[in-house]
Write a protein that binds this ligand. Structure first.
Ligand code: NAP
Length: 244
């Protein structure tokens, strides 16, 4: 059986590029999504075009029961999960004084608790399989902080702490756990920002240009490959120099 990967939030943007990249090395990719089935189906088409195979799977990562149903079903049918990419993420940007509990909780629930759910559920199967790779998509906002993103930065800094702790727990078990911290990447998440905010963002990038989803996918593909078997607990910035 080919390697099996689950990529959360793979219907669009960075997750779609990651799913396609993993498929190009022949993996079977479970394309998780929250609601956008048409878009997830297009990702699956790209996965097959890239040389892999896969399926789409609707599950809200913030909901443990939905994650459990997905993980148990995938392992029951396919026997294992070799690679988990925790990519699903949302923003609810506001200045901290205007931020409600709901703004804060919804972002932490999806970005951080969702990552925890998926790790907790799949680690037991990776241990049984005597190996695995977990790659968490953090953010430059979690590394540096960002005005207007207290909720998002806190969730992504949490993902970094989670990554390092789980990497230490699993280091002797042939399970590598790393984070990739993207900078400003051209996806729906960035397109939702005002033109002025995007211009200011680009000005803050030493390379003076937005990154592409494929820039992140290339690093995830490397971390998922046999070439990265001695790397664990790291946060790799792919950000045009923002976190220098
Ligand atoms: P995006 O274009 O907005 O896509 C978000 C993806 O996450 C979609 O596939 C969406 O599914 C899915 N999703 C959202 N909530 C979910 C949930 N509760 N359960 C399952 N899936 C869910 O985002 P993106 O820009 O590609 O970002 C991907 C990751 O990179 C996120 O973790 C983000 O924080 C991180 N990141 C992005 C940037 C950037 O500049 N774009 C920078 C740093 C970090 P549906 O299509 O079904 O809604």
């Amino acid at each position: 059986m080919d390697k099996v990967a689950i990529v959360t939030g793979a219907s669009r943007g960075i997750g779609r590029a990651i799913a396609t990249e993993l498929a190009s090395s022949g993996m079977y990719v479970v394309v998780n999504f929250a609601g956008n089935e048409e878009s997830a189906t297009e990702t699956l088409r790209l996965v097959r075009e890239a040389g892999g195979d896969g399926e789409i799977y609707k599950a809200n990562v913030a909901n443990e029961a939905e994650c459990k149903a997905m993980c148990d079903d995938v392992v029951k049918r396919l026997g294992k999960v070799d690679v988990l990419v925790n990519n699903a993420g949302i923003t609810r940007d506001k200045l901290v004084m205007a931020m409600s509990d709901e703004d804060f909780k919804s972002v932490v629930d999806t970005n951080l608790l969702g990552t925890f759910h998926m790790i907790k559920l799949l680690v037991r199967y990776m241990l049984k399989n005597k190996g695995g790779r977990i790659i968490n998509i953090a953010s430059v906002s979690g590394v540096l902080g960002n005005a207007g993103q207290a909720n998002y930065s806190a969730s992504k800094a949490g993902v970094i702490g989670l990554t390092k702790s789980v990497a230490r727990e699993l280091a002797t078990k042939n399970i590598c756990v790393n984070a990739v911290a993207p900078g400003f990447i051209e996806t729906d998440m960035v397109k939702a920002m005002s033109e002025g905010a995007i211009e200011a963002g680009v000005a803050s990038i030493p390379m003076k240009r937005l990154g592409q989803p494929e820039d992140i996918a290339a690093m995830v593909g490397f971390l998922a490959s046999d070439k990265a078997s001695y790397i664990t607990g790291q946060v790799i910035n792919v950000d045009g120099g923002m976190a220098i």
